[in-house]
Design a protein around this ligand. Structure first.
Ligand code: E4P
Length: 216
């Protein structure tokens, strides 16, 4: 399963751009708003840091407005920019139009199997089911991911499943066990993926013991 970083913070992206395991970035209007710069400025800088898919979201609600924003954002770096579209009738219609223009898309705010099916049928490049927000509201996010993966396999859809709204290490592990294609993970959770208390105590013990022997 590939890992993306879910943030618009340039320092966080720069830090993880140096690792071998971060393959892309997802942003959304709320993440962009925290940074105090325009979306275009932020996306432009991200595209200098990461050579992989970078999702930038349209904010217009009508088809014409979405298409205008999408084409403009895509121009920032055509080989990397993915257009994030809302799970609405207009969003799905724009999804098919952008597919025909060879512009990759990420249909976001997916909370049900039927919504994922519509994204598959609209030729989305990616669909983003939101785990954390489902669990926060009493739904079972693992069941949804299992079902979306099954339907994708049943019909051979090429849309990649990006598990989003990740809140914990266990969310990431569950997505990998269930066969999701990608998890987009916030900075704090990425940090936790790397660490384990037994790794830390093991390193301290090895360091202490190596001081007792001669350097190789
Ligand atoms: C994904 O693309 C979204 O940006 C993100 O995962 C939303 O997460 P949240 O529910 O923590 O806001």
């Amino acid at each position: 399963m590939e890992l993306f970083i879910d943030t618009a913070n340039l320092k966080e992206i720069e830090e993880f751009s140096k690792t071998p395991f971060i393959k892309g970035v997802t942003t959304n209007p709320s993440l962009i708003a925290k940074e105090g710069k325009s979306q275009s400025e932020i996306i432009e800088t991200i595209s200098t840091l990461i050579d992989g898919p970078i999702s930038a979201e349209v904010t217009a609600e009508d088809e014409e407005g979405m298409l205008l924003q999408a084409r403009k954002l895509h121009q920032i770096k055509p080989e990397n920019i993915v257009i994030k579209l809302p799970m609405t009738t207009a969003g799905l219609s724009v999804c098919k139009k952008l597919h025909d223009e060879h512009i990759p898309t990420n249909v976001t705010l997916c909370f049900s199997l039927s919504q994922a099916l519509l994204a598959f049928e609209s030729h989305a490049t990616y669909v983003s089911p939101f785990l954390g927000r489902l669990d926060d509201n009493g739904w079972d996010s693992a069941k949804l991911i299992e079902e979306i993966v099954k339907v994708k396999k049943n019909y051979g859809y090429e849309t990649k499943i990006i598990c989003a709204s990740i809140r914990s290490v266990s969310h990431v592990e569950t997505c990998a066990l269930l066969g999701a294609d990608i998890a987009t993970v916030p900075y704090k959770v990425l940090k936790k993926l790397i660490s384990h208390p037994l790794t830390d105590s093991g390193l301290v013990a090895f360091e202490k013991d190596s001081a007792k022997t001669k350097n190789v």
